[in-house]
Design a protein around this ligand. Structure first.
Ligand SMILES: [Zn+2]
Length: 95
């Protein structure tokens, strides 16, 4: 499944609720899920880490749907097989 397909699936599942919640509401949920991912990483619980990554991706996609961004298109426009800064793969940018 591509990111675009996942985003369309999430649109079918949740779009009406996402629109009702609004951009700020969806953004707040994304931030909350990132915080929960941090907790899972701190606990080093593989199952929880996987679940929280799934939640972060789901809320990121919901937020993108709310503002009409095609996440796959946006990601591949910026990260098209090379680093967007140094234009090489792997990245040669200095830390
Ligand atoms: Zn680079």
């Amino acid at each position: 499944m591509h990111i675009h397909d996942f985003q369309e699936m999430m649109r079918r599942l949740y779009f009406s609720r996402d629109i009702e919640r609004g951009t700020k509401g969806n953004y707040s949920w994304l931030v909350e899920e990132i915080r929960e991912l941090e907790e899972a990483l701190d606990k080093n619980s593989r199952k929880e880490i996987e679940r929280e990554f799934a939640d972060v991706l789901a809320w990121l996609v919901s937020l993108a749907n709310t503002v009409g961004v095609d996440l796959e298109k946006a990601a591949l426009e910026k990260y098209d097989r090379v680093c967007p800064k140094c234009r090489t793969c792997p990245c040669q940018c200095k830390f």
